[in-house]
Design a protein around this ligand. Structure first.
Ligand code: SF4
Ligand code: SF4
Length: 492
């Protein structure tokens, strides 16, 4: 009997079992719970009324918001239906529940692109035969702009006017009106949801933080997708439209650009799409080619962190002069705020982070690993931390101001109505004595996620475990310093 060659032995040997990665050493990061296993949920996701019914409801609500903000003009914002609904209720829901738990669930029900969808498709509900050529110019978005940079800039520019948006209804009217109009105009020229993918100011941070979310839409079984040559989830069929977000539902790996529109549930003839619940943050470990990644997502994370600092100082901090600058009490003050805000978000924070990444490389002792890989890789640690900062900030919005919602629900246009008997409900801050504690708890909780994912990312960045351990120390110091900074800001 001839001895088998080493190569044959290797081929015959079973692959060594891949060690499972666990969140906090406990929860298997590959664990998924597919909600479509429940027939009712499956039927709901496949219905053409889902998410259309939610979009129509929100379109109605946004029409009321537009009317209220237009009528409100330059009056005080805290008694305006539009301001309270957008900047208190919607923002807090977004940061507390929609993004951290359900990823881009807001995009699922967002009314902004409804008019361009309607125009391009020439139908709102039924599909019939997919139109051969959608209405509009249907152009491809320029390749060099297929990233988050435009959204980064637009979001930053929007925050320049935050001091007006939250107190002057007309400013909110202009912003919302512009977004709805821009979504429509872009839809006339560019294909499908190009506006959502590359322009919407709300899209960038949802895409970034949805990587942390506890939900995802993914294919169930690769083999079924490979065998299904027609790829109806991408091209569409008589049940639904091809992915409006230009993704390939049969192979995408991260939440970032999936708008959760649910079309692929309708167009897959094999019911091979899943709506999974999963451990928080599972997407943070998905990118493997870190050195070839663009820097747009990293800058989005820096910008979100910078905005949180500036917003805290301007809206919840003790320094009145900062409030005056953001609210544009004087032109020089307002311009100084814009200059500081821009340099702080675009240059100071990334510069400091780069310095810590350089220290990380130095501490690791690995000279070969590209600094860009260390920078883009560890930038993912800022996603849980940044989200925590915004959750903490949102406590500072809802607890002192939530009671205004009762007033405006009863009298949305300030016409003296009392629809639900709550029009005269006085301003009542709720649990504000516990506010610093809640903010502190949120910060610490999300810090722990950042640290846990940081250790895992270090093992992807550096080839040797010892290098990963040493290389993570400066990043741990940076994450801890940022956490202490916000604990100091929030808790004093
Ligand atoms: S990307 Fe913007 S416009 Fe598009 S669905 Fe999401 S929030 Fe709405
Ligand atoms: S993969 Fe595309 S079609 Fe499916 S839910 Fe996401 S955006 Fe919609």
């Amino acid at each position: 009997m001839s001895e088998s060659s080493p190569t044959q032995e290797q081929a015959a040997a079973p692959e060594p079992a891949k060690e499972k990665e666990r969140l906090f050493g406990l929860l298997d990061l590959d664990a998924r719970f597919d909600l479509t296993r429940f027939r009712l949920i499956r039927a709901l996701l496949k219905s053409r009324w889902m998410p259309l019914a939610l979009i129509l409801f929100n379109t109605f609500m946004f029409m009321i918001i537009l009317v209220a903000t237009l009528l409100g003009g330059f009056s005080a914002g805290n008694y305006n239906f539009g301001i309270m609904l957008v900047w208190i209720l919607w923002w807090v829901l977004l940061m507390f529940v929609l993004v951290p738990v359900f990823a881009r669930a807001w995009c699922l029900m967002c009314p902004f692109p409804i008019f361009s969808d309607w125009f391009q498709r020439r139908r709102l509900i039924n599909i019939g035969e997919e139109p051969k050529k959608p209405w509009g110019l249907n152009r491809r978005w320029p390749k060099w702009l297929k990233n988050m940079w435009l959204m980064n800039v637009l979001f930053l520019v929007t925050t320049f006017f935050s001091g007006f948006l939250t107190v002057r209804p007309f400013a909110t009217f202009v912003l919302l009106g512009s977004v709805i109009l821009a979504a429509f105009i872009v839809g006339l020229v560019y294909e499908k949801r190009s506006f959502c993918l590359y322009l919407c100011p709300v899209s960038g941070f949802q895409g970034l933080y949805s990587q942390f979310a506890a939900a995802e839409i993914r294919r169930k079984d690769d083999a079924i997708c490979k065998a299904h040559k027609k790829k109806t989830c991408f091209i569409g069929n008589e049940q639904g439209h091809g992915c409006p977000w230009l993704l390939m539902p049969f192979k995408f790996e991260k939440n970032t650009y999936c708008g959760m529109c649910l079309e692929c549930f309708k167009t897959c003839p094999h019911d091979n799409m899943a709506f999974n619940l999963r451990p928080f943050g599972a997407d943070l470990l998905v990118d493997t080619k870190l050195e070839s990644k663009g820097l747009d997502e990293a800058w989005k994370a820096f910008i979100m962190l910078g905005i949180a600092v500036v917003f805290y100082l301007g809206f919840q901090g003790p320094w009145g002069f900062m409030k005056d600058m953001i609210r544009g009490t004087t032109l020089p003050g307002f311009l100084s705020y814009i200059a500081f805000h821009t340099v702080f978000c675009l240059a100071v924070i990334p510069g400091v982070f780069l310095a810590f990444c350089w220290l990380s490389k130095l501490a690791s002792g690995n000279r070969e690993v590209p600094l860009k890989k260390v920078f883009t890789g560890f930038a993912y640690t800022l996603i849980p931390l940044g989200l925590g900062v915004w959750v903490a900030f949102s406590f500072g919005i809802i607890l002192p101001n939530g009671s205004y919602l009762l007033h405006i629900a009863s009298d949305p246009f300030s016409w003296g109505w009392n629809l639900f008997g709550t029009a005269n409900f006085p301003w009542t801050p709720v649990l504000t004595g516990y506010l610093p504690h809640l903010q502190g708890i949120a910060m610490l909780l999300f810090y722990l996620f950042s640290v846990d994912y940081g250790t895992k990312l270090a093992r992807r960045i550096y080839p040797e475990p010892a290098q990963a351990k040493r290389g993570f120390v400066p990043i741990l110091a940076a994450l801890t310093a940022v956490t202490f900074l916000f604990l100091w800001l929030y808790m004093g």
